[in-house]
Design a protein around this ligand. Structure first.
Ligand SMILES: NC(=O)C1=CN([C@@H]2O[C@H](COP(=O)(O)OP(=O)(O)OC[C@H]3O[C@@H](n4cnc5c(N)ncnc54)[C@H](O)[C@@H]3O)[C@@H](O)[C@H]2O)C=CC1
Ligand SMILES: NCC(=O)COP(=O)(O)O
Length: 323
């Protein structure tokens, strides 16, 4: 079945990496966006819906065309495009909800451009998709060969992390991660490592208390249910090669604690997966890369990996929408 690809920010590299990924894979995919934003020379097949995409994808990139109006200036988001970017995501989800497409792969958005251009009320896809999925609890998971990471808090200021890192949030994140490793990734006995928040995981309370007051009690409770959890671990020593081999996912306390290691290990092939949704959503790990937009030099490997993971995870689920 067809994977829907939302266009993302037209002034970024999203259209370029989508076109390159289509060329590399030629799999049934449907790009929602303005065909004018694709790199010149991209063979395009405008279609009415995902059903037509399967027969076209070997010859041309199937496109569900939208008219975004004013032209694009690479590297400079146009506020007039913001609503179209949001609508492409919403429409893609509707195609999956009605069983017409199998999964969503999103190209990167500029959060700031969507806020200023259309008053977007979400800090990223993850939170918007949680809403479109029925206001469900989700986690952001980034995956590459040999490493999966999950930030327990996502798009918030670092100063807000201690306040929002509640036992309830941490427990939900661990449960969603465990369920995703079992049901999406096919692991029968997932091993989850959990980072501390503070240096040296608090060093027995000398360098912070959240390990004692929040993290350890949650881990003890979930271990009693049979989950295989290690931690709280010092975050600075849990990502070297030998350490990575000891777990299937690392839960981190904040965005950069999780994303720095994975983007260092494999920025080129990292994939962002939203776990906990009723449908499969993946994305490349990179952003809009405004500095190189329109130059034809963007590396499509993360987008290719995102499409491949979308296909794998939706095959594992067997149904487009599972509430
Ligand atoms: N899923 C999404 O929608 C995401 C969106 N973003 C957004 O992207 C915007 C820019 O974020 P940054 O932190 O600058 O990260 P970025 O990933 O866009 O760029 C970081 C650096 O990596 C390079 N780069 C990124 N992707 C590349 C590729 N495929 N090929 C070659 N070079 C590549 C860029 O040129 C830049 O030097 C922000 O507005 C952010 O919110 C960031 C991450 C994910
Ligand atoms: N840094 C990762 C990121 O910003 C991804 O956000 P989202 O748009 O996938 O929620």
């Amino acid at each position: 079945m067809t994977i829907v690809v939302s266009c993302g920010e037209p002034a970024g590299i999203g259209p370029e990496v989508a076109a390159k990924a289509w060329d590399a894979l030629r799999l049934p995919m449907l790009w929602i966006g303005d065909p004018c934003h694709l790199p010149p020379g991209t063979p395009v097949a405008e279609v009415a819906g995902p059903e037509e995409a399967a027969g076209m994808a070997s010859r041309a990139l199937p496109v569900l065309a939208r008219d975004f109006g004013p032209p694009v200036t690479p590297g400079h988001p146009n506020p007039a495009h913001a609503q179209g970017v949001i609508d492409a995501i919403r429409d893609a989800v509707a195609l999956i909800r009605t069983g017409r497409a199998s999964a969503l792969c999103t190209a990167p958005i500029s959060k700031a451009a969507l806020v200023s251009g259309a008053g977007f009320g979400y800090p990223g896809h993850t939170e918007y998709l949680a809403h479109l999925g029925g206001d469900v609890d989700v986690v952001m998971m980034l995956a590459c060969e040999g490493l999966r990471v999950v930030p327990a808090t996502i798009h918030i200021a670092l100063s807000e992390v201690p306040r929002l890192l509640t036992p309830e949030r941490l427990e939900a994140v661990i449960r969603i991660t465990d369920a995703s490793l079992r049901h999406d990734w096919g692991l029968t006995a997932p091993r989850i490592a959990v980072a501390g928040l503070n240096p040296h995981a608090g060093e027995d309370g000398l360098m912070g208390s959240e390990e004692r007051t929040v993290i350890r009690p949650v881990l003890d409770r979930l271990r009693a249910e049979g989950m295989v959890l290690s931690g709280p671990l010092p975050a600075d020593t849990m990502f070297h090669e030998a350490a990575r081999a000891t777990y299937d996912a690392a839960i981190c306390m904040y965005h950069d604690q999780a994303l720095i290691p994975i983007k260092t290990v494999d920025f080129a092939r990292g994939v962002n997966v939203t776990a906990g949704l009723p449908f499969v959503r993946t994305s490349p790990d990179h952003g809009t890369a405004f500095g190189i937009a329109g130059q034809g030099v963007a590396d499509p490997r993360s987008m290719i990996a995102a499409l491949e993971v979308a296909g794998r995870l939706s095959g594992q689920r067997g149904t487009p929408w599972r509430p």
